[in-house]
Design a protein around this ligand. Structure first.
Ligand SMILES: [Zn+2]
Length: 256
């Protein structure tokens, strides 16, 4: 596709077919992208739903990438409900203005290999995120550890892996997977999610209900854990509810 400069509007395509995609193209011009990557379908919606909702409110394109997309070896889903989980999760995210993508990997059946690095790098570099969120790597769940390493590589070393130009996000933050998973996570960046907290908790509840069933105790316990953690993080900096991140790098801030 040929490209031309159009002042503050950015870059517009000049070839004959450009007008077919014009509305969609203009939607993405100057729109920042936030990409959150998890191992499982629920990692980001447990870890950072408030941040994702706030990003949507601020006009970001928001994408979640779940490295595991095959849940047939997980009892609550199995072969029978695989499609229910994938389509249902995508729908619940779409309802919030969030795009949900799945790769094809299965729990405990993927590692940090040349193949997985290439696949994750290609996905991540195509999304072209301005802000990236990745799982904290020190975690009791092996899938989280592998996913964190693959995401780190994909956000920062896609060019080396794929051999193609890829932009790195301007800022990267770790998020954690909460009690019983994350080990030694000491956040340094707090995001007030009080104004979207009810919606964030309800989103998580709907997702848990989709997979575990409305009556499952797992639904209430996941939402309760999220509320407690958000209240604890909020208490750290004097607001009702927060989500907490750890900056991947030190980023200079103008404090005046
Ligand atoms: Zn997980």
């Amino acid at each position: 596709m040929l490209l031309g400069l159009t002042g503050s509007m950015g870059i517009l395509p000049l070839d004959a077919s450009w007008d077919l995609d014009y509305p969609r193209f203009m939607e993405t011009v100057d729109k920042k992208t936030l990409l959150a990557v998890g191992a499982h379908y629920d990692d980001c919606i447990f870890g950072v739903p408030g941040i994702l909702l706030r990003a949507v409110q601020k006009g970001y394109r928001v994408v979640i990438l779940s490295i595991i997309g095959d849940y047939t070896n997980w009892a609550p889903v199995g072969t029978d409900r695989q499609n229910v989980l994938i389509q249902g999760t995508k729908r619940l995210c779409q309802d919030k203005g969030v795009e949900m993508r799945f790769l094809d990997y299965r729990s405990m059946h993927f590692g940090v290999t040349s193949e997985t690095k290439r696949v994750v790098c290609e996905q991540v570099s195509n999304i072209e995120a301005d802000i990236g969120l990745l799982l904290w790597p020190n975690d009791t769940h092996p899938d989280h550890v592998v996913a964190s390493t693959l995401t780190n590589i994909a956000f920062r070393w896609s060019e080396a892996v794929t051999g193609r130009r890829a932009r790195r996000p301007d800022t990267l933050y770790y998020y954690d997977n909460g009690p019983r998973h994350a080990i030694g996570f000491e956040p340094d960046t707090f995001v007030d999610i009080s104004d979207v907290s009810l919606e964030a908790f309800a989103w998580l509840g709907s997702l848990m209900a989709l997979v575990q069933g409305e009556q499952s105790r797992a639904v209430a316990s996941a939402v309760e854990a999220k509320e407690k953690l958000a209240a604890y993080r909020g208490g750290t900096c004097g607001v009702k509810f927060c989500e907490a991140l750890k900056s991947f790098n030190a980023y200079p801030r103008d404090i005046l």
